[in-house]
Design a binder for this molecule. Sequence first.
Ligand SMILES: [Fe+2]
Length: 371
Amino acid sequence: MKSVLSERLTIHLHDIEHRELPPDAATAVRALAADIRHRLGDSPHTSTLHDAALLDQIERRASELPDSVRTAVRPPATAAGATVLRGLPVDDAEFGPTPAHWQAAAESAADPAHPGSLELDIAMLLLARCAGEPFGWQGQQNGRLVNNIVPAAGHEDEQSGASSSTLLSPHTEDAFHARRANLLMLVCLRNPDSVATTVSSVRQVALSADDQRALRTPTVPILPDVSYGTGFDAHAAPLPTLWLDETGSDTLRYDPAYTPLDDAGTAYRAAYTRLTAELARVCHAPALAPGEILLVDNDVAVHGRVPFRARYDGTDRWLKRVNIRLPERRRRPQESSENGYGQHVVAPFRASTDRTAERGTTDERGSVEQP
Ligand SMILES: [Fe+2]
């Protein structure tokens, strides 16, 4: 059932929105993150970032940041569906060696000799809270609210963030789930070989009316990716790949590596292949530099990563990722009946007013509300 994009990508390096975090705003984010770390100490809250005192600090103090921060982290404004935000100051020496896997990254965040990883976790939560509602997944990286993306030995060929030598196929993050993020925030700690992240927008592709019609017809399901485990039911409810959102704009849900395309008919498979080719044609490939943040509109753009050779010597590429819900966005009502394959979100910032408003109209399964 594997179907991955050809590794021959057409890359447009310069056609993507860039923003600058003003120096005073960038300094304020780092200073507030450092202050919160000093107040709380290093260990109790590092493994999952669920600690109530940390969440309270994020919730109350994100509003101390200047308005320019909220402006900088607003959703991508162009049809590319992605934005590179520059200006967050980082120093390679503050992070320590790149951890060998995500568990080690969570553990080493408490290392007082290298406070940068935990301070960047806190900075990312502050930035994400300025953009919307950061959340995690119980079944992914132990529910941690900020995920670490590092290459892991033995996972080189997987379709997951732990891979390296294979092309990470363009995909919607957590496409299998109705509670997937509206916005992804990826920050780069180090990327010595300038490994490119790929981003392709459904709003830049050209498809025939017949292909659009086929891809808007619920045909095959999308299964959870390997980072959630294996053995999921391939006979789950079919989903549309494309649809129009509440503003009439193209939106997609796409993860070919976890879509059983062999179960679809010829016309659908051909349309899906043409969509895949179009997403390759319009691909942008920013190679993030340390301190750069990539914002990806997960309803509009798919993302991936070009292949690279992992070093496993403590200097590897290291990104952090936050999933963000934008409460003002509405998804297709039909998604409320999806079971989510038993995967649950950890959504400590979900507004209580929002929960009340949606009760009875939106399925709350999958929501693990923290205080
Ligand atoms: Fe991803």
